[in-house]
Design a protein around this ligand. Structure first.
Ligand SMILES: [Zn+2]
Ligand SMILES: [Zn+2]
Length: 273
């Protein structure tokens, strides 16, 4: 019963590949979670294209893709995820942040639309199922896998996830903004006792003052939440495009000292829990 996480994209807002970000990576949000042989994917930022490459030549794929929300940096890699173009594959796409009668299918159709994009989602040849849920729901994610959800604090909404498999758990909590001095009860409940918390650490506490209301949090708040909730390790995630490798290395030393085992997520990193 092995639970593993692989990071394919760790950057927030917009891809920023180049020499300043070569060590941690410049692609936007994409996670691969394996629960035994079961594949769960989270978000479809630019990193998901590289995940798709590793799945080429594999047998038929039956997997789930869960969106935190549908801001561009979390969906723009979807049309470039190669396995969607193979008829032998089956994917379920999930979102829980949409209200007001919106559906994930409609939102993606209006994202892949001329003249913004040359082809609609109908070009996908895999069997596609679009599933909408309410934040707080517990979702079916295959035998022995429990997937809990909670609402996050973000413009247009977002959903945090907790994957439980065997006696292990990993939480994916991005994009979300904290209120200084008032830990988010929804987040605390979701991450209680988790082995690993991947958290929106777009800013530092010092930078945050200039970005109140933008929908993001800080690595210091990530540490405070993990400690308050008894979570074991923090993975700093959704890095600001302006945060270069030197700054992230500095943050990594600080989080590792404050909560041993904590780290800054980088492309290619695999964590087995
Ligand atoms: Zn984002
Ligand atoms: Zn967002």
């Amino acid at each position: 019963m092995t639970l593993s996480v692989r990071f394919w994209g760790v950057r927030g807002s917009i891809a920023c590949c180049g020499p300043r970000t070569a060590r941690y990576g410049g692609n936007t949000s994409s996670l691969e979670v394996r629960c035994g042989s079961r594949l769960l994917m989270f978000d479809a930022g630019t990193g998901i294209r590289y995940l798709g490459k590793t799945l080429e030549g594999a047998g038929p794929i039956d997997a789930d893709l869960y969106f935190t929300h549908t801001h561009y940096d979390h969906v723009c890699g979807l049309p470039f995820f190669g396995p969607l173009f193979r008829s032998q594959n089956r994917f379920r796409l999930w979102a829980g942040h949409l209200g007001d009668g919106l559906t994930l299918r409609r939102v993606l159709s209006e994202f892949m639309i001329a003249p913004l994009f040359p082809v609609p989602p109908d070009v996908f040849r895999a069997t596609m199922e679009y599933r909408d849920f309410a934040p707080g729901d517990t979702l079916a994610a295959g035998a022995d896998v429990v997937l809990r959800t909670a609402p996050l604090n973000h413009p247009d909404g977002a959903v945090g996830y907790r994957v439980e498999y065997g006696d292990r758990s990993v939480c994916y909590v991005t994009d979300t903004e904290h209120v200084p001095g008032a830990p988010d009860k929804n987040v605390l409940g979701l991450i209680a006792g988790a082995d690993l918390v991947v958290y929106d650490c777009m800013y530092t506490d010092e930078e945050y003052n200039d970005y109140v209301g933008w929908g993001h949090s800080t690595w210091q708040e990530g540490l405070r939440l993990c400690k308050a909730a008894g979570a074991r390790r923090l993975a700093v995630f959704h890095h600001d495009p302006e945060h270069d490798d030197a700054l992230l290395e500095d943050i990594e030393a600080k989080v590792a000292a404050a909560l041993p085992g904590s780290l800054v997520a980088r492309e290619g990193l695999v964590i087995e829990l």
